[in-house]
Design a protein. Structure first.
Length: 304
């Protein structure tokens, strides 16, 4: 950034354009001509030394610098409100924003453990959006997300700039409600239906290979992509459920569920995917650093 004066009104105009995604609609909202608004935007970009939008058809899409400017603009506006609130003794304060995308099939227990360092903090706002990995990567590429959490690493090549950070590996087990007598694996598979992750799941693919190698052909009662639903079905049905231990950690501890067999050769992996950015979000770096601390890995937080 150069020494040019940062005009507060320019930020208001920019915020309107970013919100509308369209120069004409923003101009109408602000009761300005399109040419006048375009001029104000250009002055802000010159002041900051970076382009803030890319044009995609008729829409304006934020650049990385634009996304960061939008975050700062919101904090500046919040600071202005904080000034008013402070002088009127109503409290309040500016906060940083972290936008995280989570693959919809991820364990809620794991997510809670990962986000715990930011939960309850007054200086930051955590925005969590779920979806498919491809959709989340698209949003990561357009700077509307700062971080994506997934069970899979993302290949990096000449056309992508993703970094896949391995956060954890969780053991996978067959679990079920307590029964007597308790049968050992693979006898526990005889005449007992299974509830399994969907066929595209990494642990399901590995489990199918184990079964094929052993010549086992159990009855499949259900295939479920969502880990939260797997947890519920494991608790409510008489079937055995293939699930990462972290998903049913509380149920195993309380003996509501018991382990029939633990597969040392099958692991559920958890990755944080970040892009190469000139201006990385400091909250994302803070979360990744906190998770890598030795005490975090030795003593994961108790989850709900």
């Amino acid at each position: 950034m150069n020494d040019s004066f940062l005009n507060y009104h320019h930020l208001r105009y920019f915020h309107a354009i970013a919100t509308e995604g369209h120069l004409t609609r923003a101009a109408a909202h602000l009761h300005l001509s399109q040419s006048a608004l375009s001029l104000q935007l250009r002055k802000l970009e010159e002041s900051l030394g970076h382009a803030l939008f890319l044009r995609e058809g008729k829409r304006l899409v934020l650049t990385e610098a634009g996304r960061i400017t939008l975050d700062h603009a919101r904090r500046i506006f919040s600071t202005g409100q904080d000034l008013i609130a402070t002088l009127s003794q109503t409290g309040g304060g500016p906060r940083r924003v972290l936008r995280v995308g989570t693959v919809s099939t991820l364990s809620r227990n794991f997510l809670l453990s990962f986000f715990r360092p930011l939960i309850g903090r007054e200086d930051c706002e955590l925005v969590i959006q779920s979806g498919s990995l491809q959709d989340l990567l698209t949003r990561l590429g357009t700077h509307t997300l700062d971080l994506v959490l997934s069970q899979f690493a993302v290949p990096r090549d000449a056309h992508t700039n993703w970094h896949s950070h391995l956060l954890d590996e969780q053991e996978v087990s067959l679990v079920g409600r307590p029964v007597r007598p308790k049968r050992r694996y693979p006898d526990c598979l005889a005449n007992t239906p299974l509830i399994l992750p969907g066929p595209e799941s990494g642990i399901r693919i590995a489990f199918d290979r184990v079964l094929d190698a052993a010549g086992l052909h159990p009855v499949i009662a259900a295939e479920v992509d969502d880990m939260a639903m797997l947890r519920l079905l494991a608790r409510e049905s008489d079937a055995l459920t293939l699930v990462p231990r972290v998903v049913v950690r509380d149920e195993l501890k309380s003996r509501q569920l018991v382990e029939c067999h633990r597969f040392s050769e099958i692991r559920e992996t958890f990755y944080a995917i970040t892009p190469t950015r000139r201006f990385p979000n400091p909250l994302a770096r803070e979360l990744l650093t906190a998770w890598k601390l030795p005490e975090k890995r030795r003593n994961p937080p108790t989850s709900l």
